[in-house]
Write a protein that binds this ligand. Structure first.
Ligand code: UDP
Length: 439
């Protein structure tokens, strides 16, 4: 007699052989392939570059041998699974020393995209949760390195590495390599000095990090030390060249902060480095987070009717503890100014954000400086348009290659073409002239 091994009745389930077959063969293979794909990309690209650049690499190797007696130098670093490896570079200071790293990528010590390789000493300072970075091959290009170069590395390196770990794909790797090459071209490959103050056409800009800028504002409120803060981009600096009043207002401001890739490129032309692109749009959510934690309140003044309210609603959704003491649009008659100043003061806000666009907002803040009660006052341009959702912000990949301005140009070509298409080259010309004078 043949015995049926399956148990009949409601508890029984039918074996899906197709699913089992899929799980055993295809799913596993797909996972393996997804792991293998980035490595395959590295092997092919490094091999292709080594073959394509062979004559140059040969000349570079001869130069290294003749000038230093050694073809290759090797730096000890820590790789995947904490395995030590030697990162190669050609001997001597001549151009192209770093090309030897292609050999490291070919043999699998490194990848094109991955967390930055670290020294033993740096590794000894890592916390256990930071160890996740060692499950990946260290990369020639890392997301953190790219963002730091462009000045938008506001999160720390660990956060950036963990995000990379959970999101890596071949497409993402190709994009990261491409954006890193563009980033190097814009901001320059080498490290340059980072002076505390950057000078552009008589305007002094504080060279600082995002965290320090937020700490400073909170401290000013805590110390009841009134402060005006302005964010300047190349357009603002162009205006300051012609508008004496605005230039004086910027000189009198307690802090002027750098906004945008243009300042980064300008710094490169002057032989210095920007610590971070501390623009109002990226600073704002961080300031709100701190204000919510510290119990500080905000007043939003500016933009078209309804926009500041919409921004305030969005902020309350994101930071439920945040106190928004008041909002008011930026289109009012001159006679209403007294009433608006009173409204702001009566709200007892600690921080006032004024969004009229530059230079109107800075001139307005300077004119009413002694009458306004909020301790910290910021001119924030089109900020409320972004946070209300009226205007979408440029995608991250565009910001990573310094193209946010192109996004703004496409959004409002009629208003922005003069600012960017004429203003940007004019700014670079002015920086070049300043550099020539300084030499
Ligand atoms: N705006 C205002 N009152 C005015 C003129 C302009 O509130 O009298 C607002 C305008 O609606 C916009 C912001 O000021 O929200 C200016 O944005 P823009 O993009 O020009 O500023 P940026 O960030 O580029 O300095």
């Amino acid at each position: 007699m043949k015995i049926d091994p399956t148990i009949p009745g409601p508890l029984a389930y039918k074996t899906n052989f197709l699913l089992i077959w899929w799980r055993i063969w295809f799913e596993q293979t797909a996972i393996l392939l997804m792991d293998l794909l980035p490595r395959t990309f590295d092997i092919f690209l490094s091999l292709f570059l080594l073959i394509a650049l062979a004559p140059i690499l040969l000349v570079r190797a001869i130069v290294a041998k003749v000038s230093t007696g050694k073809v290759l130098n090797a730096e000890p670093l820590v790789g995947r699974f904490r395995t030590p490896f030697w990162r190669l570079c050609f001997g001597g200071d001549a151009l192209g020393a770093k090309f030897a790293v292609l050999l490291n990528i070919l043999v699998g010590d490194m990848a094109f995209a991955g967390p930055r390789p670290m020294t033993e000493e740096e590794v000894s300072r890592l916390t256990p949760e930071q160890g996740i970075r060692f499950t990946l091959r260290p990369g020639l290009f890392s997301p953190y390195r790219l963002r730091r170069k462009i000045g938008i590395a506001y999160d720390n390196e660990t956060v950036s590495d963990i995000n990379f770990y959970y999101s890596e794909t071949v497409k993402g790797d190709v994009g990261l390599v491409a954006r890193s090459v563009i980033g190097d071209l814009l901001a320059g490959g080498d490290l340059r000095p980072t002076p505390p103050v950057l000078h552009f056409f008589g305007v002094d800009i504080v060279n600082t990090t995002m965290d320090e800028a937020v700490d400073w504002m909170v401290k000013r409120v805590r110390d009841s030390a009134p402060a005006s803060v302005a964010f300047v981009n190349p357009d603002c600096l162009n205006i300051a060249c012609k508008n004496e009043n605005y230039r004086q207002v910027l000189s009198a401001a307690e802090r002027v902060l750098p906004d945008g890739i243009g300042i980064n490129i300008g710094c490169r032309m002057l032989g210095v480095s920007l610590l971070a692109n501390v623009n109002g749009t990226d600073l704002f959510p961080r300031l709100c987070e701190r204000a919510a934690k510290e119990g500080l309140s905000l007043f939003l003044l500016g933009a078209k009717p309804g926009i500041a309210e919409a921004a305030s609603l969005n902020l309350r959704g994101r930071f439920p503890e945040l106190r928004i003491a008041g909002v008011r649009d930026g289109f009012f008659a001159a006679e209403e100014t007294g009433q608006i100043v009173k409204e702001i003061n009566d709200s007892n806000a600690d921080i006032l954000l004024v969004a009229f666009g530059a230079p109107k907002q800075e001139l307005w803040l300077a004119e009413h400086r002694d009458k306004l009660k909020p301790c910290v006052r910021l001119g924030v341009g089109g900020l409320f348009d972004f946070y209300s959702g009226r205007l979408p912000r440029a995608p991250v990949w565009m910001r990573e290659i310094g193209l946010e301005w192109t996004w703004r140009l496409l959004q409002e070509p009629g208003r922005m073409w003069r600012r960017y298409l004429i203003g940007n080259p004019l700014f670079l010309y002015r920086v070049w002239m300043q550099k020539r004078k300084e030499m």
